[in-house]
Design a protein around this ligand. Structure first.
Ligand code: ZN
Length: 286
């Protein structure tokens, strides 16, 4: 397991941590300010959301690399299944392809998939996982041609009504197998997987190359809002070292991205303070 106690070069910022993905939240830093703030603190990478990038993917990607970092990922594809997905297969796929184009423009190797929930008219998740696998399989070659890997992110089961049809790493791996493409893997997020005592065995069995991302935060003992009350690393009950060990035992050596949705706490603070605190916590408790 890597030692981060004196080295945070593997640290990446997901800009959601600064309130960037919801209107009216955060300090409203531009991508340029985020890049500068991360670079001057020695971060290794930045993960953006599509709404920040607009038509500037190439420019922003180059700026990140000129600052000595990498674009560690792009959030995210549209929902591919479920009640929140766009209306109809072709609209969903068009937006899926557009998200791949944006990832390619940024020069990032990872595009995150938040799957969407059970398809309207179906019960449970298995049928939706098949539809999901078909849609991912349809886009995977296009992504591969553009050097983009697709990371299926299992979400905490409490999001299973409308935002996800994969709740565990085992679910995500099963969908990977259904897709059968080299450039499809999974992202492991502390918020979504901290409770899963089968995670380490599942990831070990998955083998190297399947893990495409590791997302850091903490699970607060008194979580007040399921979407927007994630904790800073060290403030909650997740066993962060054990989770990283599980991820690294699978062979993962990539960046670790901090992704904290926190409307009532961290999004209200000065981004400079948040970026400094992340570095401290990353070295101390991750
Ligand atoms: Zn995540």
């Amino acid at each position: 397991m890597r030692d981060f106690s004196n080295d945070h070069s593997a640290l990446a910022l997901n800009t959601a941590t600064l309130g960037h993905n919801l209107d009216g939240h955060g300090a409203g830093w531009s991508p340029e300010q985020v890049i500068e703030g991360c670079a001057e603190r020695g971060y290794g990478g930045v993960v953006f959301w599509r709404r920040e990038i607009g038509a500037r993917a190439i420019e922003i990607g180059d700026r990140v690399r000129d600052a000595g970092m990498e674009v560690a990922g792009l959030c995210r594809t549209p929902f591919l299944t479920g009640p929140l997905a766009l209306d109809g297969h072709s609209k969903i796929m068009d937006d899926f392809f557009a998200s791949i184009d944006m990832a390619a423009g940024l020069g990032t190797a990872v595009l995150t998939i938040v799957t969407g929930g059970p398809e309207p008219g179906t019960k449970g998740v298995l049928e939706s996982q098949k539809i999901l696998a078909d849609r991912v399989a349809e886009a995977a070659p296009y992504a591969a041609e553009r050097s983009v890997n697709l990371a299926l992110e299992p979400l905490n089961p409490m999001f299973g009504g409308n935002r996800t049809c994969i709740m565990t790493a085992a679910d995500a791996l099963r969908v990977c197998e259904m897709v059968g493409a080299q450039n499809v893997g999974l992202a492991i997020d502390v918020y979504h997987t901290w409770w899963d005592t089968t995670l380490a065995d599942t990831l070990l069995a998955a083998g190297p190359d399947r893990i495409l991302g590791y997302h850091l935060c903490d699970w607060l003992a008194d979580t007040a809002d399921m979407m927007l009350d994630r904790g800073m690393m060290g403030d909650g009950v997740a066993d962060l070292k054990a989770l990283r060990e599980a991820v690294e035992n699978s062979g993962y050596r990539g960046l670790c991205e901090v992704e904290i949705f926190s409307a009532e706490n961290w999004w209200k603070r000065d981004p400079s303070e948040v970026l400094d605190e992340i570095v401290k916590r990353f070295r101390a408790v991750c």
